[in-house]
Design a protein around this ligand. Structure first.
Ligand code: SAM
Length: 224
């Protein structure tokens, strides 16, 4: 591993926004944030671009970025410290274990930003929108919690729509070309590090917003 990455891993926990032993806050995140404000999680947050941008816009909400890669979180934590954000936390762990960190209903909103597509069929279970992962999210959110996916990957986009329909989850909004759709707005238009690269390469950005309540099928508000 490059020296810079090793240094970042070694110094990661010096940042106040990086939470050590975060399991201890399960069910009690208000003691960490010192308030009862709703919590949004960014999964596979990388450098925490969405976490930081949303935290700046919504000081009355709390934001937690989660990723397994320490050197990427280092960058988000550095930014959060520089901006003196008190409504941001970053945690390093595998999303497979998310239910160890949050209790049912503790997360009000989720952003899954440009997850690895894992295109091979045998890798399907590793996709962050596979049924196993959706079950994990159901264990920490409410049936009304909005879950947003942004991806450049056509296969992952279509796969996610299929999984959501098969499991009778509610697809609220979707577009296979976000930037040329009415779904483009101040929030969906926040750009992550990976997204900027995809846009430079001329790829179209896809977006799905869904909930894990199983009462409704894709609604008439959906836009392709
Ligand atoms: C393609 S990058 C996107 C990063 C960032 N969201 C962006 O758009 O710039 C995917 C990120 O997801 C993280 N990741 C993938 N699977 C994960 C898992 N099971 N648990 C935690 N992080 C994961 C990777 O470490 C990586 O940083």
């Amino acid at each position: 591993m490059a020296k810079k990455k090793l240094i970042r891993i070694a110094t990661l926990e010096r940042f106040p926004h990086i939470i050590k032993d975060a399991e201890k806050f399960k069910g009690n995140w208000k003691t960490y944030f010192q308030n009862n404000n709703p919590i949004t999680a960014e999964l596979g947050c990388g450098k925490g671009d969405y976490t930081i941008a949303l935290a700046e816009r919504y000081p009355q909400k709390n934001f937690i970025g989660i990723d397994i890669k320490g050197p990427r979180l280092w960058i988000g934590a550095h930014k959060a410290e520089f901006l003196c954000l008190s409504n941001v936390a970053f945690i390093r762990f595998r999303i497979e274990f998310i239910a160890d960190y949050f209790q049912q209903g503790e997360i009000q909103e989720v952003w899954i930003t440009f997850p690895d597509p894992y295109p091979k069929r045998r890798q399907e279970n590793r996709r962050l929108t596979s049924p196993n992962f959706l079950n994990r999210y159901a264990a920490i959110t409410t049936p009304q919690s909005k879950i947003h996916l942004k991806t450049d990957d056509d296969v992952l986009y279509r796969y996610t729509l299929e999984v959501l329909e098969k499991h009778n989850h509610s697809v609220e909004l979707y577009s296979d070309d976000l930037y040329n759709s009415p779904l483009m707005n101040e929030l969906t238009g926040i750009q992550t590090t990976y997204e900027k690269q995809h846009i430079k390469q001329g790829k179209t950005i896809k977006y799905i917003m869904f909930t894990l309540g199983n009462s409704r099928k894709a609604s008439g508000r959906s836009i392709i």
